[in-house]
Design a protein around this ligand. Sequence first.
Ligand SMILES: Cc1cc2nc3c(=O)[nH]c(=O)nc-3n(C[C@H](O)[C@H](O)[C@H](O)COP(=O)(O)OP(=O)(O)OC[C@H]3O[C@@H](n4cnc5c(N)ncnc54)[C@H](O)[C@@H]3O)c2cc1C
Length: 486
Amino acid sequence: MHDVTIIGAGIIGTFIARELSKYQLNVLLLDKENDVSKGATRANSAIVHGGYDAKPGTLMAKFNALGNPMFDKVCKELGVLFERIGSLVLAFDNEDMKTINELFQQGIENRIPGMDILLGSEIRRMEPNISRKVIGGLYSKTAGIIGPWELAIALTENAVDNGVKLSLNTEVRDIECIGNKHRLITNKGMIDTKYVINCAGVYADKINDMVSNDIFSITPRRGEYYVLDKGTGGDFINKVLFQCPTKLGKGVLLTPTVHGNMLIGPNAEDLEDKTATETTYEGLEFVKKVSNKSSDNIPYSKNIRTFAGLRAQPSTGDFIIGEAKDAKGFINVAGIKSPGLSSSPAIAKYIVELLDHIFDGLKMKEDFNPIRKKPIIFMELNDDEKKELIKKDSSYGRIICRCEMITEGEIVEAIRRNPGATTVDGIKRRVRPGAGRCQGGFCGPRVVEILARELDEEPEKILKDMKGSNILIENTKNNNLAYEEV
Ligand SMILES: Cc1cc2nc3c(=O)[nH]c(=O)nc-3n(C[C@H](O)[C@H](O)[C@H](O)COP(=O)(O)OP(=O)(O)OC[C@H]3O[C@@H](n4cnc5c(N)ncnc54)[C@H](O)[C@@H]3O)c2cc1C
């Protein structure tokens, strides 16, 4: 029997798993998908927010303020890119300046350091490409950017190295409470556990319904984005650029990514379908129109991709965190909308404190290793290091992805890690072939070949991403496998 089972391997579940791996506990992390980080964690703005935006007194305000300063240490331990580039909320008129002042006051109440109200001329010195119409704004020095799925993967690797068990492709379909334990009914059979932590993202309401009568609902709120080519983020703009928030959230922003791209979005659209991650013409046109207010000449011709993510909008309006009143041992970490990523390290610490209390004192492991071996990034090596590596392993001498300059050695390493990549997008999330200008047009078939070889699978079994996303479908008359557009 497991002591603790975590349902959902997004940023919240993986952070909690890594935090719990410091203690003498038998922990299971499970997810219905074939990889970690396939919910909201892989499709968001990737910003560690300063923390002025959430209403004082909410859990969102509390955990954002506590979480933001924790990122430097954990990213260093796990070898994950994180840059405190700062953010600006732009004001275009006096009404906006009123909002800027309110946000500043809110930030003071939330105890956020490093904020300043700036004039338009001061902002233009920082960001020469913003609109001439900007008259001032709020600067938040502590805001940062990160690769959210890279962090979730790294947290999982470190948790697994420290003894957490990971079970992918495992969907929780029901939960029975039997005395002091819970029995999870999954597609792979039954799992007995003392404690359950519900981190199921947009499905957290469904999981809660399985055990508790204390009902809440989660509405998927879609946000759509453009991704511009490398060289735009950190060049065209340097900081995260917000407009004043609206009723539906923080509004359309421009931000560099840690890999030098630029993200533009999101809109906000409430839906019923919890799987509706497709982009729409209307949504993207809206993003383009609103973003053009922040800058007159956004280089949209450099757009290489669009995507959409679903925020888990809770009926309560705030994060839902804690043991269900009517279900002992069942802990919700639900409704984790934005700033969920920014709050994730602090939420994980809080859950451990909660379990420490419940278990009457958790015992630390003596051999917990906080350091994850950072994957090799070939292009970051100097010439001597490159030569040395190729001498040891010639696969590092073969470039597979020309846009991002990724070698076969890096792809093979991503497959051999735990959890290793098993799909084309799993490779992309770990080492980035397919994330560049050609979007996998050149490297995609070669990544399929490498996956098939390493996993000892037929190439037609290799998936692009989710179940059913096979790329090769059948033999053509020349006996070559045909590629399907997915
Ligand atoms: C458009 C958008 C922009 C955002 N921007 C930011 C931002 O810039 N900064 C910020 O701080 N936050 C941001 N957020 C919020 C942030 O992305 C989320 O708070 C965070 O990713 C939530 O993580 P999670 O682990 O709770 O959920 P998820 O990442 O959705 O993970 C839930 C997991 O549960 C699994 N699951 C569900 N049901 C079951 C089941 N029955 N059995 C097994 N597994 C199951 C899913 O497969 C999934 O992997 C944004 C969100 C969106 C959508």
